[in-house]
Design a protein. Structure first.
Length: 439
């Protein structure tokens, strides 16, 4: 958690100023938003009823992957100094020392004394930030970012002054900090924050607006004028709409801007909902970073790990921990996200390492999938695979080296409710693709 007083010398810490960390995760992680009693909707649709072929297309590129993320909200207040959990969450001291290279400062609510009702839980559908404190809220956040750079040994790469701002659930009787901002107020805050950060010579970008759903993200973006849009260096959205909402249209709306799914969570401990929604994000939203909600939680399914809320001891790793590992341990920052050929195969390629990563999910039936890699210039292998089953008692990130490659193709047989990752080594682009890459 980052905390500070915006005046004089920022030094105190306040629980509603949070830190997001996007980085090289060894295994997966999380963010902030309202708690849900059930999982967001997911669609478990196999691409085909039976066996099928899929052609991987390196000519279709959907951006360069920036990283996987987690927040230091809630769970880190208890477990923030546990080195063993930090080793599970990050690549190997502090998250920054373990490799976190994108650090985002964000606010769930302005300071209580800046609010009309002096209640950081909200004011329903009414703006709660006092109009005469618009500048103070922005100055407060910019000052914290400057303090971190000058005295705390790290720099924030982005600052987000809002969190699910158009939502109507931020109410005085609520148990979580939050603040409603009308679209026009959001624009004023985002523009003022950019101005305050410029005055302090901060290179961090302004992020906006972390709306709860893809469709709300679209509506908010459409409300902004061109000046506001130009002051936003990165668009954040949350994934709580599950399988619903127009991810594809949000991607089109913000074309040219970096786009992150900065918060996702669900109550399905099996990881099946997580895999389904991750696949939809990769195929339709084309975000270049992704962050899970609670790394550790006391409920059965929300966290990647479950802990006992009375003893604060970790009880188990939920299956979704291993499901996320199938993606996060292999799709690494700097990789190009390319077309895997069908809706449940995600593909990433590292042109410097000549490494191709494929992640395929099989939901409802057993099947054989044949991967056609003929659009690459050279494919020599070898191939290593990892498998996790959603079901209790199933395989958990089991590694095998039993995949045979022949004529730029290979096949794999899946049981139902399985996610499998392949790393194909010594894969090279054609000469024309290399020219495009350089250009």
């Amino acid at each position: 958690l980052a905390q500070a007083h915006f005046q004089a010398q920022a030094r105190a810490v306040l629980t509603h100023i949070m830190l997001r960390l996007f980085l090289f995760l060894i295994v997966p992680f999380a963010l902030a938003g309202p708690r849900y009693s059930s999982s967001p909707p997911a669609v478990f649709l196999d691409a085909f009823d039976g066996d099928y072929n899929t052609t991987v297309s390196p000519g279709t590129k959907w951006g360069t992957w920036e990283g996987w993320g987690i927040s230091l909200c809630w769970w880190a207040n208890v477990f923030g100094e546990y080195d063993d959990l930090a080793d599970l969450a990050f690549s190997r001291n502090t998250a920054h020392a373990r490799g976190a290279n994108h650090l985002e400062l964000f606010s769930n609510s302005p300071m209580w004394w800046m609010l009309y009702n002096h209640n950081p839980s909200g004011r329903g559908l009414s703006d709660n930030l006092q109009s005469w404190n618009y500048g103070n809220h922005s100055l407060y956040l910019a000052t914290i970012a400057a303090r971190a750079q000058e005295h705390w040994g790290f720099e924030f790469t982005s600052v987000e002054p809002l969190n699910e701002p158009i939502a109507d659930w931020w109410k005085p009787e609520g148990t979580q900090e939050g603040c409603h901002f009308d679209h026009s107020t959001q624009a004023m805050i985002l523009n003022r924050l950019r101005s305050e950060m410029d005055k302090l010579d901060l290179d961090a970008v302004v992020s906006g607006s972390d709306e709860n759903t893809y469709d709300e993200g679209r509506a908010t973006w459409a409300s902004f004028d061109e000046t506001t849009k130009s002051n936003i260096g990165k668009v954040n959205v949350h994934g709580y709409q599950g399988a619903e909402g127009r991810r594809d249209l949000l991607y089109q709306d913000v074309a040219g801007k970096r786009l992150w799914n900065s918060e996702y969570g669900d109550g399905d401990g099996s990881g099946k909902s997580l895999a389904s929604n991750l696949n939809l994000d990769f195929r339709l939203l084309h975000n270049t970073a992704w962050c899970y909600w609670q790394f550790a939680d006391e409920s059965d399914g929300w966290g990647l790990l479950k802990f006992d809320s009375s003893s604060f001891k970790i009880q188990q790793a939920n299956t979704k921990y291993w499901v996320l590992a199938q993606y996060a341990r292999h799709i690494r920052p700097g990789m190009m996200i390319i077309d895997g050929g069908e809706s449940n195969t995600i593909a990433a390629y590292d042109p410097s390492e000549h490494l191709l990563v494929l992640v395929t999910t099989s939901y409802d039936s057993n099947k054989s999938v044949t991967y056609d890699l003929s659009q690459f210039g050279e494919v020599r292998g070898p191939i290593t695979q990892w498998t996790t089953n959603f079901a209790d008692g199933g395989e958990r990130y089991v590694e095998r080296k039993d995949v045979a490659l022949a004529d730029k193709a290979f096949a794999s047989t899946f049981t139902a409710d399985t996610v499998r990752t392949f790393e194909v080594q010594n894969v090279k682009l054609t000469s024309s693709m290399l020219v495009e890459l350089v250009v």
